[in-house]
Design a protein around this ligand. Structure first.
Ligand code: TXA
Ligand code: MG
Length: 598
């Protein structure tokens, strides 16, 4: 995507930005500082550097939208684009104003919600860090591109952690987090320099539980990834870009990890009672081992799990959900190695799982002939497997140490759950039936994605998408270098859960609606049209028209409107791009009159 020529040009722009930033830095007076609506400072330097950066990038990449911190119009322009620049002309304006050397110029290029190129320049020293062709590089002031040196994250040793955190955003929660993980060394530094320090292997972790914007981290994220590290959300997913208002939630930036970090590293970013968590987890593990059911969070939706080596436990899921027996279940494991014990991996499966596991991807493969996989697949020759990223799910799977079969924790055919409350609504108030007991509900927040995993048949030479999700067709095609196929109607029978009339609320669902029907409820997307402004029963999926947010809220919206008692839910048009394809897929099934014949 970025050629060597492009890189040379981008570095030239960055160097101009450096000079310009220093010029203003040396002449900075109070009169040059203004304050934005959110009270953050902006200086003449920010504005001048912004101009050089935006005009410069625009010239090299005339077709790519540029979103900049100091160019508000650009932020509004961009809607669900799969390719855009994120520019922060001066990251660490506070440091800049205070005369500290730790302020940077950041350029990040985003493709399909992921940073694919990043450059960070430090005007004070003239140093530039960037990612290029899958590697991370450091280039000193006035040096030629040829002189750039490779940088790498160091492998994290949990017993000897070095933590770098923000200088101006310390909080009680962060203090608690640091006390919990007990680093041997801790430092506070401003701006994106933190990512560069991680990428150079000088530090291991950078926790953040105060607001940041995507342009603050995109460039650093790309460099860190190229150096062997990554940035994770609280549910263990790689941070995504193009979210609503470009706002990030809590994250943990990490150097190179060779084994999973303890869950409280992620979960502790937002007040965690570790004693209670341990108790909860132990009860859940015992329940699963006793062949009872447990509801647990994943990054997609809440699942209702049963141990995979017991027919009694598996039958309990079918009874609890009233699920047709010919709709097979997904086996969840805590890593790829465990998955390889039960299914035969193909080249496509390796390519996809290396890129998207742990995460919202389920693969269908031929089973390996052994006792466990026979029970897991209930006699079928194929099995669906998934390694979730959510720390609670992974803890449960690792402690149980047998794959857990887990469908979404809702009654069959109904709306999937994205919170523990949704599962309680569906299985309560007694949490048991004739042949099932739901022993424990692990209530740990709202699901990040909000839509079930993408299901891909990986047995052949081309991946076949059986169910759309957050990992999109483009992402699958790119990762496998093979055009991903999707099913036509007759073939849908391969994946019985995909029959029409699924994910359906009690109310009738009507799609692409414009005209109001009396007493209906509305599921809106984007700005609310004038005609609907007085509508009583309404749920807006995303006022900004952001599809990632709409995915997160879809099932809450359907459940909310259903519980308001309306007979009809009218849905506005939602664009069929990115995760919008999965959203439309679920809504189409929710709107189908055709009852499942199984
Ligand atoms: O995100 C998710 O995948 C969630 C969380 C809990 O992990 N689980 C989930 O499971 O959505 P469930 O059972 O609601 O949906 C599983 C889907 C169904 O459409 C099912 O038909 C399909 O995967 N499936 C399972 N095994 C299959 C197989 N062997 N061949 C084809 N499709 C299969
Ligand atoms: Mg389901």
């Amino acid at each position: 995507m970025i050629t060597k020529n492009n890189l040379i040009q981008i570095i030239a722009i960055a160097r101009k930005c450096n000079e310009c930033a220093m010029l203003h830095f040396n002449q900075l007076t109070k009169e040059n500082i203004n304050y934005k609506v959110d009270a953050s400072p902006v200086t003449k330097g920010d504005i001048a550097v912004n101009k050089i950066a935006v005009l410069g990038l625009q010239k090299i990449f005339p077709k790519i939208v540029i979103v900049s911190e100091e160019f508000e119009k650009s932020q509004k322009q961009l809607k669900n684009s799969n390719l855009f620049w994120l520019v922060d002309p001066i990251d660490g304006t506070k440091e800049y104003i205070n005369g500290s050397p730790n302020f940077t110029v950041n350029f990040g290029l985003i493709k399909d919600q992921e940073p694919i190129f990043g450059l960070i320049a430090q005007p004070f020293t003239g140093t530039i860090w960037f990612s290029f062709k899958g590697k991370a590089w450091k280039l000193n002031k006035n040096k030629e591109l040829l002189d750039a040196k490779n940088i790498y994250c160091s492998e994290i040793n949990i017993k000897k952690l070095k933590v770098v955190s923000s200088l101006s955003h310390r909080s009680k929660d962060l203090e608690n987090w640091v006390n919990m993980i007990k680093p041997i060394f801790e430092e506070n530094i401003g701006s994106s320099i933190k990512f560069c320090i991680l990428a150079e292997g000088k530090m291991d972790l950078y926790p953040r539980n105060k607001p940041t914007m995507e342009w603050d981290i995109a460039a650093g994220h790309s460099i860190l990834k190229a150096a062997g590290g990554n940035i994770f959300s609280e549910s263990g997913m790689q941070i995504q870009y193009g979210k609503t208002n470009f706002k990030n939630k809590n994250f943990l930036a990490v150097g190179k990890i060779t084994q999973r970090l303890p869950s409280f590293f992620l979960m502790g970013l937002n007040q965690l009672n570790r004693v209670k968590y341990k108790q909860d987890l132990n009860l859940a593990v015992k329940a699963i081992k006793d062949k009872k059911l447990v509801v647990f969070p994943t990054e997609t939706v809440y699942g209702i799990g049963a141990i995979g080596n017991s027919e009694i436990a598996i039958n309990a899921i079918y009874s609890a959900k009233q699920r047709p027996y010919n709709n097979p279940l997904i086996a969840h494991t805590y890593n790829k190695h465990e998955a390889e014990k039960i299914v035969l991996f193909t080249k496509i499966a390796h390519l996809l799982t290396d890129q998207f596991w742990p995460g919202p991807l389920t693969i269908i493969l031929q089973i390996k002939k052994n006792n466990l996989s026979n029970i897991l697949s209930q006699g079928s020759q194929t099995l669906a497997v998934r390694v979730p990223s959510h720390p609670v799910a992974l803890d449960l799977l690792e402690k149980v140490n047998t794959p857990i079969l887990a469908p979404s924790a809702n009654k069959s055919g109904g709306v999937s759950p994205t919170s523990a409350k949704h599962a309680r609504d569906d299985f309560g108030p007694h949490y048991k039936g004739k042949s099932w007991v739901l022993e424990k509900i692990l209530d740990y927040g709202v699901c990040e994605v909000g839509i079930e995993s993408t299901v891909v048949d990986c047995r052949g030479k081309s991946p076949i998408i059986l169910r759309h999700g957050a990992i999109t067709e483009t992402m699958i095609s790119n990762a496998t270098n093979t055009k991903a196929l999707t099913l036509n109607k007759t073939e849908e029978l391969i994946s019985p859960g995909l029959l029409k009339s699924h994910y359906a609320p009690n109310a009738k669902v009507l799609l692409n609606q414009k005209n109001i029907i009396t007493d209906s409820g509305w599921l809106t997307f984007g700005k609310i049209p004038k005609s609907l402004q007085k509508q009583e029963n309404m749920f807006n999926l995303s006022l900004d028209g952001n599809l990632i947010q709409a995915g997160e809220l879809l099932y809450s919206g359907l459940r909310f409107l259903d519980s308001s008692g309306v007979k009809v839910i009218q849905v506005m048009t939602i664009p069929k791009i990115g995760i919008g394809i999965a959203i439309n897929d679920r809504l189409t099934r929710a709107s189908s009159d055709e009852k499942s014949n199984i």
